[in-house]
Design a protein around this ligand. Structure first.
Ligand SMILES: Cc1ncc(C[n+]2csc(CCOP(=O)(O)OP(=O)(O)O)c2C)c(N)n1
Ligand SMILES: [Mg+2]
Length: 596
């Protein structure tokens, strides 16, 4: 059989180094699936339950491997399903290629079945490169450009292949006017600022007496360099959510997360520093950074468009985090005065104690903070942890102590529900020997993570280690939003929108051949994690958690605290001793003396 366009396309992706594609079939893309089959395992195909999950997996694949993530779907409905996962990659700057089918070229424009203007649909999310092939000889450069642009610019790109085209005989572009003769290959350059800018940055950092460092995902490969810079500057380090694994939490001057899901020492450090060094972070909330004018700023980012958009920086360095910090280090003077750092260490030490106390507070029946708290000391070496969006992201951000060599991620910029299980599946395909743990709310389970457990059931036997765990926080509530409504709006809980059905997640796991564990006793939490980590198959641990433990910022403002307090009097369906008890706990930290 002559080589089809589909065969050529798959072969070209293989030459680019693609070894795995996540997706779902359909008649719009059958010509490419046929080619995948004929390629006899050169590229592994991972079948998901829903195309959105394939896009989340492609995004997570990029996050956990540094490689291009690839997802594939049919025309119309399949392509449309990809969108949220692609936006997840887009907002977190991940290189992802989306491949979709399309109706036959002869039908396009005919209001044909499953005909959607896919190029228009992808225009925003895959704006860096979004094209429909119309001729066999065009597919070579479309593939080369889509892959190179995705990797080089860390963007989402899309190739749309009409189904009739996929089956045509492939033709190389003729040597003629109006043809392209593209090639494969890309190596990332070393990106370091000029000496003059490095000296300017060093001058600012050397002059500072109270330096605060904020790291994000861009610094994930710069752990040693961040530690060395922080030591030299006697600084503390706060971590944006996606940068959680940049530096381990056992360092006494690592203040942990920042922002709505942040910690008190991060908040204090940002409010009291005189110098801010931000490395590889697009952390969105300026109100958690120093007040304008309070601190002199230096920022390092590989993407120029990310510079000085959250805080007006004095020195803006375009560069790779590790390379730039290495170049900066010889210019940084060792600070003799360690009093600022000691102050940060004091706050941090106290904060870990506060977190422990909060986690150990009795609740009805389980305090969700304790679920994360008890996991930390039991995390195996090199574990990969994912979190969904919901209140568990607070406990993931604050309570979970990450050690060196671990990885973790979640849907950061998009903060989409439904990412934790597909992320954890992609983590396992990328690193089959590593233990993987997903933390997921019950709403997010019901939305789509539950169905994706079927994918785990389908594939786990081929993973080198079966250690794959989904920890579910069953609180029968869309709790993060319930608290946002209470605290930000001053509204009582709206049962119609917030309450969700009780579903036996652990039983569902057992039904499909996984291990199921149900926990409603706080003193069984640690043992449950241990049991799942020792199991001979993937597990779902269902924790029956209390929705009345507030996942609030550590330092809600007086205005928010007042709004929150009013909900206690104004007909919240949960009003009563439990809510007032937990409210006291939080208000006590915001309004010293007033919450008691
Ligand atoms: C796709 C999507 N829809 C809605 C939201 C808004 N949202 C954020 S957290 C949340 C509640 C999540 O509930 P659940 O998964 O049960 O976790 P919980 O907060 O109860 O722990 C909602 C609705 C979102 N982030 N993503
Ligand atoms: Mg919930």
């Amino acid at each position: 059989m002559a080589k089809t366009v589909g065969d050529f396309f798959i072969e070209r992706l293989y030459q680019w180094g693609v070894r795995r594609i996540y997706g779902y079939p359909g008649d719009g893309i059958n010509g490419v699936f046929g080619a995948l089959q004929r390629a006899e395992g050169k590229i592994e195909f991972v079948q998901v339950r829903h195309e959105e999950m394939a896009a989340f997996m492609a995004s997570a694949h990029a996050k956990f491997t540094g490689e291009l993530g690839v997802c594939i779907a049919t025309s119309g409905p399949g392509a449309a399903h990809l969108m949220t996962g692609l936006y997840d990659a887009r907002l977190d700057h991940m290189p992802v290629l989306a491949i979709t089918g399309q109706q036959a070229r002869t039908a396009i424009g005919g209001h044909y079945q499953q005909e959607v203007d896919l190029q228009a649909m992808f225009k925003d999310v895959a704006g860096a490169f979004d094209h429909t092939a119309t001729m066999p000889a065009q597919v070579r450069h479309l593939t080369d450009r889509a892959v190179r642009i995705a990797i080089a610019q860390r963007r989402v790109t899309a190739i749309i292949l009409p189904n009739d085209l996929q089956e045509l005989a492939y033709e190389e572009p003729p040597r003629a006017h109006g043809t392209l003769h593209s090639g494969i290959g890309y190596e990332a350059p070393k990106v370091v600022p000029y000496d003059r800018e490095l000296r300017q940055a060093a001058d600012v950092l050397n002059a500072g007496k109270k330096v605060a460092i904020l790291v994000g995902a861009g610094a994930l490969k710069a752990t040693d360099e961040v530690i060395e810079v922080a030591d030299r500057l006697a600084a503390g380090v706060a971590k944006a959510l996606l940068g959680k694994a940049v530096v381990p939490d056992d360092l006494p001057w690592v203040t942990g997360s920042i922002g709505m899901l942040g910690t008190e020492p991060s908040w204090k450090m940002m409010n009291e520093c005189d110098t801010l060094l931000m490395i590889g972070s697009g952390f969105p909330y300026s109100e958690f950074l120093p007040k304008e004018g309070q601190a002199r700023g230096v920022q390092v980012d590989i993407a120029p468009e990310m510079l000085s958009i959250r805080y007006p920086m004095e020195v803006n360095l375009v560069g790779d985090a590790a390379e730039t910090l290495r170049a900066l280090l010889p210019l940084l003077r060792v600070k003799g005065d360690h009093s600022w750092r000691q102050e940060i260490e004091g706050w941090t030490q106290k904060w870990w104690k506060t977190l422990e106390e909060r986690a150990m507070q009795p609740a009805n029946p389980i305090n969700p903070q304790r679920v994360a708290w008890e996991l930390s000391p039991r995390l195996p070496e090199r574990a990969i942890i994912t979190s969904d969006s919901g209140s568990c992201a607070n406990w993931f951000a604050r309570d979970l102590k990450i050690r060196r060599g671990m990885m973790c991620s979640l849907s950061g910029g998009l903060a989409s529900m439904g990412a934790a299980v597909p992320y954890a599946i992609a983590a396992k395909f990328s690193h089959p020997d590593r233990p993987v743990i997903a933390l997921v709310g019950d709403g997010a389970m019901q939305m789509n993570n539950m169905a994706e457990l079927v994918t785990v059931a389908k594939y786990w036997r081929q993973w080198k280690s079966p250690r794959w765990i989904c920890g579910v926080f069953n609180n029968e509530d869309l709790n993060q939003v319930t608290w946002e409504q209470r605290v930000m709006e001053g509204d009582p809980k709206f049962n119609a929108s917030q309450r969700i059905p009780d579903v036996p997640y652990h039983k569902f796991a057992e039904l499909i051949g996984l291990k199921g564990i149900f926990i409603d006793k706080p003193d069984r939490i640690g043992a449950a994690w241990e049991e799942a980590l020792a199991a001979d198959r993937p597990s779902v641990i269902e924790f029956k958690t209390d929705p009345e433990v507030p996942p609030l910022p550590p330092h809600i403002t007086l205005k928010q605290a007042k709004a929150f307090a009013t909900t206690l009097w104004e007909g919240d369906p949960e009003e009563g001793s439990v809510i007032i008890g937990t409210a006291r706990q939080v208000l006590a930290s915001v309004l010293p003396g007033k919450g008691k």
